[in-house]
Design a protein around this ligand. Structure first.
Ligand code: AMP
Length: 481
């Protein structure tokens, strides 16, 4: 079979450049189907797992199609969780970087006025969770009259979380003439009903995983008493000594307990659950992605869709009560065709959940004996050595994109009537600088941030020390990222 390339997709050079710097060599199977369909303005229903490259599948054509000159949002992406909204925003932003696209994320438990301010500026794509999106639409802070692309991501999870009415409310506020893309790992009947209502003659694509998670991930289970789980966790982590590990519990309370215990034992550990402040949740996710700590203790809020590379081990400290949740949890390891390992603790009266999972995944999870004392003892030295070393910090996905972009800060903003055209005019008057070297311009009340592309940041920074902007010399410095 001849491998297709992104060049076959007839994308703009700005998109191809971002794709290249993100190291996407060729389109994934879902991208091969979705990119041409969306470029051809077709509605599309996509059944595929996370980890298949589905975010880029809709983000690439949308970034390519949106009109930079238009100030009102042109694409709206709905996600079930706030963490996913932030992650999708980042993916869209990275892909649209060289087209200078502005992408906003709006979600609950975050100051409304901050999002309102951001939405007042030029925004091409908005990613958000349903409740907060409705708030913005109803208060008139999110203009939907120009939305041409609607994406419903993780649709099955949206419906599980009871968002169906909210989705309908949002859709009613959008123009009828639009492209709608719905993505889901499973296709229960209520999703089909929703599709019939909100889509127009959609194409359907179903991407069977070539190497499904269930085969890629070594799955084991351990029979254990509730009171003995902590000791088993200690023994297994000592023997496995993973570089990064997620420990899933069924309740916030258990997460808190396990986390407290592991911290006492000096594990490099953080926790994540719905009872935490949103800022803390996002901070923890970001640091885990960077590999700043090794163990993340979490409820199912961290099970869906989140894309964290190289998690070597997933432990279900509590067996999940829903089969889908099992698949999502173990799917945090073995991402994008890598190998992974998942261990599940099962207590005596949880056999029913185990049997359901076996039926669901179509095979039995291997029953293992807990490691004996001698094995644990032998592993101790190496484990203690790793505990004392800091993990290697991973570069963020967009790091490669940022190396040739410098963000500069100009000490003037809206209050001194600074406009994007003033900045562009000055920059284009500098020798060797053209509009193609200018990235996103963000004008705040008393500050302006400008991205300088193509490795020309230093040159611009120097030149602006002696070049007036809007008639006056301004204080210009390199911005903190
Ligand atoms: P997703 O299914 O959207 O969660 O994506 C899973 C991961 O695949 C993400 O880390 C993407 O950055 C990565 N990815 C997406 N498209 C490609 C591609 N064409 N080649 C390589 N990696 C990709």
């Amino acid at each position: 079979m001849i491998q297709s390339t992104f060049n076959d997709c007839k994308l703009s050079s700005e998109l191809l450049k971002a794709i290249n710097l993100l190291n996407f060599m060729s389109p994934t199977r879902v991208q091969e189907q979705v990119i041409p369909a969306v470029l051809g303005q077709k509605d599309i229903i996509v059944k595929s797992q996370t980890g298949s490259g589905k975010t880029a599948a809709f983000a690439i054509p949308i970034c390519d199609l949106v009109d930079w000159d238009e100030n009102k949002p042109q694409a709206l992406v709905l996600t079930p969780t706030r963490e996913l909204a932030v992650q999708v925003r980042e993916d869209v932003f990275n892909l649209g970087r060289f087209k200078r696209l502005k992408v906003a994320a709006v979600y609950g438990k975050y100051p409304f006025h901050v999002q309102e301010k951001e939405l007042k500026q030029k925004t091409h794509v908005v990613v958000g969770t349903p409740g907060r999106l409705i708030d913005h639409i109803e208060r008139g802070t999110l203009e939907t009259s120009n939305i041409k692309y609607l994406v419903i991501d993780e649709a099955d999870e949206m419906l599980n979380m009871g968002f169906v009415e909210q989705i309908k409310t949002i859709v009613e506020s959008l123009p009828q003439e639009r492209v709608t893309i719905l993505l889901s790992a499973t296709m229960p009947q209520d999703i089909n009903l929703l599709c019939r209502r909100i889509m127009n003659n959609p194409i359907r694509v179903e991407i069977e995983e070539q190497n499904p998670a269930a085969e890629r991930i070594a799955q084991e289970r351990y029979q254990v008493n509730q009171t003995d789980k902590m000791q088993l966790l200690r023994d297994l982590t000592m023997v496995e000594n993973p570089d990064s590990c997620m420990i899933f519990c069924n309740t916030k309370q258990t997460v808190d307990e396990v986390y407290a215990e592991l911290v006492t034992l000096n594990y490099s550990c953080e926790k994540l659950h719905g009872g935490m402040e949103q800022r803390d949740r996002l901070g923890v996710m970001k640091e885990f992605k960077q590999g700043i700590f090794r163990y993340l203790c979490a409820t199912d809020v961290a099970a869906r869709g989140l894309d964290i590379e190289d998690i070597s081990l997933v432990i279900n400290y509590d067996i999940p009560h829903e089969c889908e949740s099992y698949v999502h949890r173990i799917g945090r390891t073995g991402r994008v065709n890598k190998l992974g390992k998942a261990m599940t603790f099962v207590t005596e009266n949880e056999t029913k959940f185990l049997e359901d999972i076996h039926d669901y995944i179509g095979k039995e999870i291997l029953l293992k004996e807990r490691p004996d004392e001698e094995t644990v003892r032998q592993s101790k030295q190496e484990f203690m050595a790793k505990i004392k070393t800091l993990p290697e910090i991973k570069a963020s996905k967009g790091a490669q994109l940022s190396t040739e972009i410098m963000k500069i800060h100009v000490n003037a903003g809206k209050k001194t009537k600074m406009r994007a055209v003033d900045i562009v005019g000055t920059l284009c008057s500098l020798q060797g600088i053209t509009a193609a070297d200018i990235g996103i311009i963000n004008i705040l009340d008393v500050s302006t941030f400008v991205e300088i592309l193509n490795d020309k940041g230093e040159q611009v920074l120097q030149a602006l020390q002696n070049t007036p902007i809007k008639g006056r010399l301004r204080k210009v410095s390199k911005a903190e990222r």
